[in-house]
Design a binder for this molecule. Structure first.
Ligand SMILES: NC(=O)c1ccc[n+]([C@@H]2O[C@H](COP(=O)([O-])OP(=O)(O)OC[C@H]3O[C@@H](n4cnc5c(N)ncnc54)[C@H](OP(=O)(O)O)[C@@H]3O)[C@@H](O)[C@H]2O)c1
Length: 320
């Protein structure tokens, strides 16, 4: 199966490494890579360190030339519009190409429309890595929770804010914490999206669109980030056995109204939302038949995000 990668940063390289490692069992082949200003195409297959020094192409021409059966969209998050990723995905569906993405922008802004386009073209559309770095969320709901109604969710979904808060609790500056997250390859290209809660708002809108049929965008999420936290404030909370986590919440009121918010919440250190260390993240789904059930990822990194793409890919091949 030929795969085209649109975007080739931390996640793209981790995914290419994973395919190289698993090729003897899973013979997937990357036939094209497109970055912001350059591309590489080889129908015999590209590897992790292939130089990407061909010309930048229109995304449609790129997909045609690499004869892709699946496009993986892993360009930079643009939380205010979801573009240009939405257009990349549309270009793939128009050609009958299946799509996998780790980019939550398109789901946060155009989930329902993209699903409709995928259905019309008989394409698969998968996005397991968008919200929990590859840990099962959407596949779990699809495969393991038949008949369950989800009325809301609570999550700590942004790893960078966790690394930054942990650094500040150790007396370091916010900038030190951001640099640490950037070294780990988990920060958004513009780290203010993590700090100001945009990444969490995009994940909240994505989860609400997919699980609660919400048809909303990140702009509809009542959002406040961690930008006003200081090491002194966190030191003070620490002395009281408390800390802060950037928490995403969504629920439907009894009248059916959807409420969504992202907040830096003060929590006891022992609270389940605050007690996971490092980049670990957590999502709890509030349901009718299963009570509260969830997913935890302990210290996920880009390798797990890459695995989420891989698991979507394997799932697509099963359905063909
Ligand atoms: N990193 C994580 O742990 C993680 C976890 C879950 C989800 N995600 C999501 O996965 C996506 C990729 O993350 P990342 O960490 O790999 O980001 P990254 O390291 O910043 O890489 C982004 C890539 O996208 C390319 N790009 C940007 N605009 C483009 C355009 N218009 N056309 C083609 N390529 C374009 C960039 O090209 P240049 O190299 O030429 O600039 C770069 O190769 C993001 O949407 C992110 O939110 C990341």
């Amino acid at each position: 199966m030929r795969i085209a990668l649109v975007g080739y940063g931390n996640v793209g390289r981790a995914f290419a490494r994973l395919l190289d490692a698993k090729r003897s069992v899973f013979p997937f082949l990357i036939s094209g890579i497109q970055k912001r200003n350059s591309s590489a195409i080889n129908l015999a297959g590209l590897h992790v360190d292939t130089p990407i020094n061909g010309p930048r192409l229109d995304v449609g021409d790129f997909l045609d030339q690499c004869q892709a059966e699946v496009m993986i969209e892993i360009t930079t998050l643009e939380p205010a519009t979801g573009e240009p990723a939405i257009s990349h995905i549309r270009a793939a569906f128009q050609r009958g190409i299946h799509v996998i993405t780790a980019n939550k922008g398109p789901l946060a802004h155009a989930y329902a429309a993209l699903c409709q386009e995928a259905m019309l073209r008989q394409c698969q559309f998968r996005f397991e890595s968008t919200c929990m770095d590859g840990a099962p969320v959407f596949n779990m709901v699809r495969n393991c929770l038949p008949g369950v109604d989800i009325s809301g969710f609570t999550g700590v979904l942004n790893s960078t804010s966790k690394v930054v808060i942990a650094a500040m609790r150790d007396g370091k500056s916010m900038e030190d914490g951001i640099r640490e997250a950037q070294r780990m390859g988990i920060a958004e290209a513009d780290a203010s999206y993590d700090i100001d809660g945009w990444d969490s708002a995009a994940k909240t809108a994505t989860l609400a669109n997919v699980l609660l049929n919400a048809n909303r965008t990140p702009l509809d999420v009542d959002r406040k980030g961690i930008g006003r936290l200081t090491p002194e404030k966190l030191e003070d909370l620490k002395s009281q056995g408390k800390t802060v986590a950037l928490v995403s919440r969504a629920h439907r009121t009894p009248s059916g109204e959807l409420k969504m918010r992202v907040r830096a919440e003060v929590l006891p250190e022992t609270d389940i939302l605050a007690s996971l260390q490092g980049t670990s993240n957590l999502l709890l789904l509030h349901t009718d038949l299963m009570g509260t059930v969830g997913t935890v990822a302990i210290t996920p990194g880009v390798e797990q995000t890459a695995y989420g793409l891989f698991s979507d890919l394997v799932d697509i091949t099963k359905s063909l």
